[in-house]
Design a binder for this molecule. Structure first.
Ligand code: GUN
Length: 283
């Protein structure tokens, strides 16, 4: 193995210790940061995610509320819950777990969240703030990737970063964050004609497609930094990312594993965003 590991668990522990200390300082001023998580339906993966989010709140000393609603909840009922949480002074962050049942317009629900409590960073006001370099909440997964690069002292200025995937949650905000740090950024997607020709030029590759083995060793320039955002299952049912880890680790300079890479960082950055939402009240 040539690559050094970017350990998302270890970095999360460090960052969550800092969050815990800042939560304690805020509590001393009479403010307990609070996160509300809304889960509609019984998607098994979503249930695991929301449980981990609530546990992270408990571990860092934050207040949390988990609202579970049946899949039959109407869009109007959900909008009414979001409205109530917008007005609830004990809540500084609101997260509606996605995906939502098909009869609910997810974008409409996201736009109903107050941008001041949009700790997921999915509201168009948050997206616009990121695009223009204004203060606002950054989506947690790409934000976590930026922290991982920072943690190894990686200087992005002038480097070529290739993002594979163009989702609103990861690919597009990731590209904007890398651009803000003066990288030259290429976004690749299902319509990209020659993905390998692109990735071979990359100093940094972020794989965020949701498909196994999107990135293999022959597609990576020696020494490149590889961040794996994927969450898939292999044939044995084991968690794996989008990157062929065993092959790519022999070529890359740095690599994040799955599990133990980007995943824990996503929840850590949710804690950071919720804390910072509460900190704005005393700033
Ligand atoms: N579903 C999968 N990832 C996420 C996330 O980061 N936030 C929300 N709200 N739903 C998700």
């Amino acid at each position: 193995m040539t690559a050094q590991l970017i350990d998302g668990n270890a970095l999360s522990r460090q960052l969550r210790a800092d969050v815990s200390a800042r939560v304690a300082a805020l509590k001393a001023k009479g403010i307990t940061p609070g996160l509300a998580v809304i889960l509609v339906g019984d998607n098994p993966a979503s249930q695991v995610y929301v449980r981990n989010k609530v546990k992270a709140c408990e571990d860092t000393g934050m207040h949390s509320v988990l609202e579970r609603w049946p899949a039959t909840l109407s869009e109007n009922e959900l909008l009414a819950r979001v409205d109530a949480l917008n007005r609830d002074a004990s809540i500084h962050g609101i997260l509606v777990q996605l995906p939502l049942p098909a009869h609910i317009d997810a974008q409409k629900v996201i736009e109903a969240i107050s941008p001041a409590k949009d700790v997921d960073g999915f509201h168009i006001a948050s997206a616009g703030a990121l695009m223009t370099g204004m203060p606002g909440f950054w989506p947690c997964t790409p934000y976590g990737c930026m922290k991982m690069l920072e943690s190894v002292g990686y200087q992005l200025k002038g480097k070529h970063a290739v993002v594979i995937g163009r989702s609103n949650i990861v690919g597009k905000p990731m590209a904007l964050m890398l651009l803000q740090q003066n990288a030259t950024v290429t976004i690749c997607h299902s319509g990209t004609r020659d993905l390998k020709a692109m990735t071979l030029q990359a100093d940094v590759i972020v794989a965020a497609v949701g498909k196994r083995n999107v990135l293999t060793a022959d597609m990576v320039k020696p020494g490149a930094v590889v961040l794996d955002v994927g969450m898939n299952r292999n044939d044995e049912g084991k968690l794996c990312g989008d990157v062929d880890f065993d092959g790519v680790k022999e070529v890359a300079g740095w690599i994040s594993p799955v599990p133990g890479g980007v995943g824990p960082m996503t929840i850590t950055m949710l804690m950071v965003n919720t804390l910072e939402s509460a900190e704005r009240l005393v700033a």
